[in-house]
Design a protein around this ligand. Structure first.
Ligand SMILES: [Zn+2]
Ligand SMILES: [Zn+2]
Length: 310
């Protein structure tokens, strides 16, 4: 990485199109100006970033999953004289409440407290044309990040283990990925389906299976958002490498070495194996990120500036 400019926010040497590793901000954009744009943002209409991220496969898969769930619910409700419907309602509320309760014990990322991470989250939101998203860190040696939502608000939770092991650019990929879920309105259904930590005994495993096709499509879309945030594929690969194999294995590896390490041979068995999983395999995510990079690379990547933002 060539550090061609001095960061306009802190003066440290930085690569113009990346983020400043010293302060986490966009080194070519004054924070005041960025925050002014972020304050003026309203939630809502489809913009050019969403146009780039959206996938028809994802919409189709969601429609199929919702239809399967709706038909099953009607049939089971009739068979059980409405008791099933009540069970569903109670479990969805339980999942939502447990996620909301968990948030109370997380550390909120804010100015003066993990300020590099805070600046990175504002940079990611800016580049994805989003309003700022609350970010929380929970003490955990695990290596995970997820997005949750309740009553129209979304927030991102990151394990402290992940925050400590990743470089600023890799964290920007993770934040961009999670904000992609917010941008593309995945959060409601992701919350209902539940993840490993906040899920309802009987219901969640079935929902996860029904929604697995949609869930995988969402991961590809969110990875594309991560690439829009980083504006370069290298940190996406090393971040995925660290998620898959642990930080020690990947530290010091070049992005192309990571790409090669996960380039699994495509065959029918791999496709079948993936069908039963809620996340795509790393090798396929790496390939999809490269494909998307080839599409967006020749064009200027949306910079999030208000001039082209109606
Ligand atoms: Zn800086
Ligand atoms: Zn995701």
């Amino acid at each position: 990485v060539t550090r061609d400019i001095a960061c306009v926010n802190c003066g440290a040497p930085a690569a113009a199109s990346h983020v400043c590793e010293a302060c986490g901000s966009d080194p070519a954009l004054a924070n005041d100006r960025r925050d002014q744009v972020l304050r003026g943002r309203t939630a809502g209409s489809r913009d050019d970033v969403e146009e780039l991220l959206a996938s028809a496969a994802e919409d189709r898969a969601l429609l199929v999953s919702i239809s399967v769930v709706a038909v099953s619910m009607v049939v089971l409700s009739i068979l059980t004289l409405g008791v099933f419907l009540l069970v569903i309602l109670v479990s969805v509320i339980a999942v939502l409440l447990s996620r909301r309760a968990a948030r109370a014990s997380f550390l909120r990322v804010q100015p003066g407290r993990m300020s590099v991470l805070h600046q990175l989250s504002l940079t990611a939101a800016f580049r994805l044309r989003l309003k700022p998203v609350d970010v929380f860190v929970q003490q955990s040696p695990e290596f995970n990040a997820y997005t949750s939502g309740f009553g129209g608000r979304s927030w991102i939770v990151m394990d402290s283990g992940l925050v400590e092991a990743m470089t600023p650019m890799e964290l920007l990929f993770v934040l961009g990925h999670e904000m992609g879920h917010v941008k593309l309105r995945h959060v409601f259904w992701k919350t209902v389906v539940g993840d490993g930590r906040h899920s309802f005994p009987l219901l969640s495993p079935i929902l996860r299976l029904v929604f697995s096709g949609w869930s995988r499509a969402c991961e590809y879309s969110a990875d594309r958002a991560g690439l829009i945030a980083t504006r370069t594929p290298g940190p996406c690969f090393t971040a995925l490498g660290k998620l898959a194999a642990g930080p020690g294995t990947v530290r010091g590896m070049r992005p192309d070495e990571v790409t090669w390490a996960f380039a699994e041979e495509e065959d029918t068995l791999l496709h079948l194996a993936e069908m039963s999983s809620s996340h795509p395999f790393i090798s396929r995510r790496v390939k999809a990120i490269l494909d998307f990079w080839k599409i967006i690379q020749p064009r200027p990547i949306p910079a999030g500036n208000p001039v082209s933002h109606a």
